[in-house]
Write a protein that binds this ligand. Structure first.
Ligand SMILES: NC(=O)c1ccc[n+]([C@@H]2O[C@H](COP(=O)([O-])OP(=O)(O)OC[C@H]3O[C@@H](n4cnc5c(N)ncnc54)[C@H](O)[C@@H]3O)[C@@H](O)[C@H]2O)c1
Length: 246
């Protein structure tokens, strides 16, 4: 489905980004892994991806920094000649109730989750315009639509990312570039593993499908949006949340 395509995924050394990289590779795409300079796990992820029979490189850099992002795009183009798929996945949380949230924590989350995606879209749009095609996928969150107590910075960044998705879709549609967002709900991760059984039960009761999603559930939807199977889909937000938000 993606044979010969090039996919760049930010923050893909681990977690959801890694699952996306593995899934796109399993459909034949060559992969560029990006993660922060201290992400020593990124090289091991790259080896796992190569074992799937595709090419893979790691380009470390911080999405907040436009020079790092320019180097990421340049290295991807120098290596593979084109970028067909770009996934803005890098993201962090710094939770706390608003009255106690520091300005630093607000700025950090907005800088990585929202400005980072802006930097990347701006940098990848030009080569995609030259190619007259490409698929950009932004990993948002249901809390960007619902809000969530304790996540003023995070929910605002994800709501912003949804607005950025729709604007990108409108500005670049005539150049053959599509842009969509995926909004995960609760996804099983190191973080959710640490929750007590009682807390988990409480969360499960709010989710119609009654359980947390997996990183692969998110990756499956990204693969669809990355491929020509979604050729007439742009500017959309696809919730992957077991029905939490409807
Ligand atoms: N886990 C969930 O339940 C969940 C739910 C909704 C949305 N999301 C979103 O999915 C994405 C991935 O989350 P995850 O759960 O896999 O988290 P994670 O912390 O496991 O992975 C995030 C990756 O991004 C990297 N990263 C952080 N800052 C970066 C920067 N400035 N530049 C480049 N890379 C950077 C990290 O090093 C890490 O490898 C995030 O955007 C997150 O907001 C996650």
């Amino acid at each position: 489905m993606l044979k010969g395509k090039t996919a760049v995924i930010t923050g893909s050394g681990r977690g959801i980004g890694k699952a996306i990289a593995m899934k796109l590779a399993s459909f034949g795409a060559n992969i560029v892994i990006n993660d922060i300079p201290s992400s020593d796990y990124a090289d091991a992820t790259c080896e796992e991806i190569k074992a799937l029979g595709v090419e893979c490189i790691v380009v470390k850099g911080d999405v907040r920094n436009s020079e790092d992002v320019a180097a990421l795009i340049k290295t991807a183009l120098d290596t593979f000649g084109k970028i067909d798929i770009f996934v803005n996945n890098a993201g962090i949380t710094r939770d706390g109730l608003m009255l106690r949230m520091s300005e630093e924590d607000w700025d950090l989350v907005l800088d990585i989750n929202l400005k980072g995606a802006f930097n990347c879209i701006k940098a990848v749009a030009r080569p995609m315009m030259k190619q007259r095609g490409g698929s950009i996928i932004n990993i948002a969150s249901v809390v960007g639509v619902m809000g969530n107590a304790g996540q003023a910075n995070y929910s605002a960044s994800k709501a912003g990312l949804i607005g950025l998705t729709k604007t990108t879709a409108k500005e670049f549609a005539s150049r053959g570039i599509r842009c969509n967002a995926v909004a995960p709900g609760f996804i099983a991760s190191d973080m959710t593993d640490k929750l007590s059984d009682d807390v988990k039960k409480e969360y499960f009761s709010a989710i119609p499908l009654g359980e947390f999603g997996t990183t692969e559930d998110v990756a499956n939807v990204v693969a669809f949006l990355a491929s020509d199977m979604s050729g007439y889909v742009t500017g959309q937000v696809v919730n992957v949340d077991g029905g939490l938000l409807m």
